[in-house]
Design a binder for this molecule. Structure first.
Ligand SMILES: Cc1cc2nc3c(=O)[nH]c(=O)nc-3n(C[C@H](O)[C@H](O)[C@H](O)COP(=O)(O)OP(=O)(O)OC[C@H]3O[C@@H](n4cnc5c(N)ncnc54)[C@H](O)[C@@H]3O)c2cc1C
Length: 498
């Protein structure tokens, strides 16, 4: 008998897990509440047909995508390697155009400051060692327990080489390695990738620096949304039943006393409520969103609700995005970051006080720098914004005011006129509504306090027919990380149900 699987959500990891499982002979249906696939990876098109990607813009670890494309016979995507890294602009007038790769960065910084160059080189070497360790021992496993991980890190020599690094708060690690104020701020900001204050995040997240600065960065020719489109095409060709505009409103065990009987799903489609039975449910809907909205009252949903209600976790920060139609004849690097006077202060305002920051960190992406097939008019600008716990009503006027403030900062700091017009603004409210992101956050929910032994949950639950994939579970957020989670869960199901 063919096993029936429901995948709830057609984000990158939902599409990936569906494709991998249908290839292995399972009968898979996807339910997606939006009218388009991709989840946070999204695209808007103007009346002239020019497309703006929104959501993920910096794609790292291309080897992960290459393996997936090979597995799924996706040959239409060319991954262009970025030649330049990021332009970093600081409030004291410092500008760095950091290249990609350990030795390139070392050489670049040595031109102006030998000590800084050596500090960053040392930090990146450590970062790469942690990343390599994680690639071997963490990413593809269910979160290992702390003791086994400790033993492995001892055996690998990591513990001896960098004692206590992963047991120390991230900020202390950075302060001990780097003395330049601007470079410290730049490294602190990696903590926001796990949604945590650098004083509370654990030192091991220094591995993020490897992902962003040492490993190659790529851009899918034609735009990042090509990834979601290709995954959707493969799903349709392989006869995955894809229901768009179909939000799942509840999933309950058919028989509470006998969970192995499977799940009864209810979803809305065409203004009516439908029901369907499945042997296995895989949620690409964030575990916190699922637990607060559609997953019936199981131990699992109770656990996620409790983590929020007891203030152990909080929804991650959001971002305010401007899709800008640029008419100025300017050349930018592919990635530009404008740092506030104190990144840490702005982070606290946004993530802990849920306020609009006085001085936001701003990120600009100009894909034309790498891919000449993308119009030079396409500029993505995103700025720090609190999640929807802020209670802000992101009305059109409110959005416009914040957008003007952001554009003014770009003009002042980068000394360009940025002539053009706003094509679209995306608020935390829209993100929550369109992609069901938890409270409009961009990275699920995150721990509030330092806990060196904590990992994202596994994705495998105590019910052998309920799974999670995606940014809210191990190994975490980011396009290539959520692909890793989808692969892990598909392998687990293939092994246990065939
Ligand atoms: C502004 C922004 C910038 C980012 N920048 C980067 C970056 O530069 N690099 C990077 O790697 N990552 C970045 N990310 C993160 C990256 O986009 C995400 O980690 C990744 O796309 C998440 O994929 P996912 O599969 O976990 O799920 P999601 O994309 O969150 O998809 C979940 C899907 O489930 C659907 N769903 C939820 N509940 C239901 C329901 N009840 N019924 C039906 N469907 C449901 C949702 O509609 C959605 O389509 C960024 C994200 C944002 C928002």
């Amino acid at each position: 008998m063919t096993i029936k699987i429901a995948v709830i959500g057609a984000g990158v990891s939902g599409l990936t897990v569906a494709n991998l499982l249908v290839k292995r002979g399972f009968d898979v249906e996807i339910f997606e509440s939006a009218d388009k696939c991709g989840g946070k990876m999204f695209q808007y098109k103007n009346a002239e047909g020019i497309c703006w990607d929104t959501g993920p813009t910096l794609i790292s670890l291309p080897q992960e995508l290459n393996k997936l494309f090979l597995d799924l016979n996706i040959s239409e995507i060319e991954l262009l390697k970025l030649h330049t890294g990021s332009h970093l602009n600081f409030s004291d007038g410092t500008n760095w155009e950091l290249p990609i790769g350990l030795n390139n960065i070392k050489k670049y910084l040595a031109n102006s400051n030998e000590k800084l160059s050596q500090d960053v080189f040392n930090a990146l070497e450590i970062s790469s060692s942690i990343y390599e360790f994680a690639e071997k021992n963490i990413f593809y496993n269910d979160p290992p327990n702390a003791i086994s991980l400790g033993l492995k890190s001892f055996a690998s020599g990591l513990m001896l080489k960098y004692p206590k690094l992963t047991l120390t708060p991230y900020r202390k690690v950075i302060d001990s390695l780097i003395s330049d104020k601007n470079m410290r701020e730049f490294f602190y900001h990696f903590a926001s990738y796990v949604g945590m204050n650098p004083n509370e995040a654990q030192g091991g997240i220094l591995s993020i620096a490897h992902v962003e600065l040492v490993s190659p960065i790529v851009f899918p020719k034609g735009g990042v949304y090509q990834i979601a489109s290709a995954l959707e095409r493969v799903a349709i060709e392989n006869k995955v039943n894809l229901h768009l505009n179909s939000p799942v409103i509840s999933a309950a065990l058919k028989d509470e006393k006998n969970p192995s009987e499977g799940w009864k799903l209810s979803y809305k489609k065409d203004n009516s409520i439908h029901h369907a039975n499945f042997d296995i449910v895989i949620s690409n809907s964030d575990p916190f969103t699922a637990s607060f909205s559609w997953l019936s009252n199981t131990d699992i949903s109770k656990n996620y609700v409790e983590k929020i209600n007891k203030n152990i976790y909080r929804p991650s920060e959001s971002q305010f995005v401007i899709l800008f139609d640029l008419y100025d004849d300017i050349e930018l690097l592919h990635h530009v970051k404008i740092f506030p006077e104190s990144w840490l202060e702005s982070f606290v305002q946004v993530c802990e006080s849920y306020q609009l920051p006085k001085d936001p960190c701003i990120y600009l992406v100009w894909p034309h720098a790498t891919d000449k097939s993308i119009s030079p008019r396409v500029l993505f600008i995103s700025a720090m914004a609190p999640n929807n716990l802020s209670g802000i009503n992101w009305s059109h006027d409110f959005c416009l005011q914040y957008a003007e403030r952001i554009l003014e900062l770009c003009r002042k700091r980068l000394k360009h006129a940025f002539k053009g017009k706003i094509f679209k603004m995306i608020s935390p409210q829209e993100l929550e509504g369109r992609a069901n992101s938890f409270k409009g956050g961009i990275y699920s929910a995150c721990l509030r306090k330092f806990n060196p032994l904590a990992f994202h949950d596994s994705g495998i639950t105590k019910y052998r027919n309920l799974y999670f994939v995606g940014a809210g579970i191990h190994p975490g957020a980011g396009v290539t990380m959520v692909i890793k989670s989808a692969k892990r869960i598909s392998q687990h199901i293939s092994k246990n149900f065939k």
